[in-house]
Design a protein around this ligand. Structure first.
Ligand code: XIL
Length: 366
């Protein structure tokens, strides 16, 4: 613009002036080395325009891989420690030990996120997996176990106060039929909190005591659709809501297969989000991946459609505030190790090339 005005002023009137007026802007656009074509917006920028956070699960050891961090910091606005804040990794030794906690790997993730303007979501305080032997192999009374869990929650939540904006307080506490899973925390021996969902309530109350500001989530898988399990979580959320138990949101893991690419299932997912939203809860898609049996172009294209559908459903639901994938590159994904013969679940391939799923995420966030 400045250039155009300057030219116009120095050639006021006449054919030469008119000629320059037309030619200079064209050369500016097409020839100037200072004007490279604008890079397409990142997922992070697009998500921000909808006030949506876009996150991914990150293990500490990958922070030293430059190809990995280049994508992580440009495309994502949040990270979630993949394992580093789970019970066994962060609290590997009993409280009687001189060093019961191992904070360093989680601290490194928190510091990295801070340095790159990313949010951190904490995962997870109460889960039946990755519980250390010093708990599972010892005969605690329910009362003693309550003391252990209370101290664990208080220590983590207060350490990361104002650094972790949201916590998965309780993860995967229900079975598929909607009954409570029998775990060390619920019933073997349990934490002496009373019947049913009382142990979940207790964990939320302890977390709130330790940080009045962070958002407290219940998180689970196979709860995207309306089914027995999501019904049970909905009933619990409604009850907590009525009684003032500090539950701020619900996380839907969304570890999916192509079977979910079905209009009835997608509609059920949207309706399910709707009913939770009506309880005033914040909704997060917390662990999205779409595992495949092969990497044939048709499978990869169907995967992209499903990534797009899930993202669009979140974008359309005003209280859905997070889309988070469980990792972002097929080079580093939990799927091949846990689902025999399956893989190719993420938006970048093993060589960090963007897959059609990436473009689908981008279009859905436009
Ligand atoms: C997985 C991690 O990705 C693996 O590295 C680990 O070995 C097992 O756990 N639901 C969850 C996540 O809530 O914590 C799990 O993460 C995947 C399923």
């Amino acid at each position: 613009m400045t250039r155009i005005l300057t030219r116009r002023n120095s050639h006021s009137g006449g054919l030469a002036g008119a000629f320059c007026f037309l030619v200079i802007p064209l050369t500016t656009v097409f020839l100037s080395p200072q004007a490279p074509p604008a890079a397409p917006p990142t997922l992070r920028a697009l998500a921000a325009s909808h006030q949506i956070t876009i996150g991914t699960a990150v293990p500490t050891h990958l922070l030293s891989e430059p190809d990995y961090t280049a994508i992580l910091t440009s495309e994502f606005s949040q990270l979630e420690p993949e394992n580093e804040m789970k019970f066994a990794p962060i609290h590997p030794r009993p409280d009687s030990d001189s060093q019961p906690f191992n904070f360093a790997p989680a601290d490194a993730l928190v510091a990295f996120a801070h340095d790159h303007g990313m949010l951190v979501r904490g995962h997870t305080l109460v889960w039946h997996k990755q519980v250390p032997d010093w708990i599972t192999k010892k005969d605690f009374t329910a009362q003693q176990l309550a003391g252990v869990l209370h101290n664990h929650i208080r220590t983590l939540v207060s350490r990361y106060r104002s650094k972790v904006y949201a916590w998965d307080v309780v993860n995967e506490a229900f079975d598929a039929d909607g009954s409570l899973r029998n775990t060390v925390w619920s019933s073997r021996p349990g934490i002496d909190a009373g019947p049913g969902t009382k142990f979940i309530e207790q964990a939320f109350r302890w977390a709130r005591e330790a940080d009045p500001a962070s958002k407290l989530f219940y998180n689970d898988y196979d709860t995207e659709e309306i089914n027995a399990k999501s019904d049970a979580i909905y009933a619990m959320a409604k009850d907590f809501n009525q009684r003032g138990v500090p539950l701020d949101g619900v996380g839907f893991q969304a570890h999916l297969t192509l079977k979910f690419n079905d209009p009835a299932k997608l509609e059920s997912f949207a309706k399910n989000l709707d009913r939770f939203a009506k309880l005033g809860l914040e909704l997060h898609i917390t662990e999205l991946d779409v595992r495949l049996d092969d990497s044939a172009p048709a499978s990869v294209a169907a995967q992209a459609r499903l990534y797009g559908e899930i993202t669009s459903i979140c974008v359309r639901q005003p209280t859905c505030k997070l889309i988070q994938t469980w990792g972002f590159t097929d080079k580093h994904s939990w799927i091949p190790g846990f689902f025999h013969g399956q893989g190719w679940a993420l938006p970048w391939d093993e060589t960090y090339q963007k897959k059609p799923a990436y473009e689908a995420l981008r279009s859905a966030l436009h």
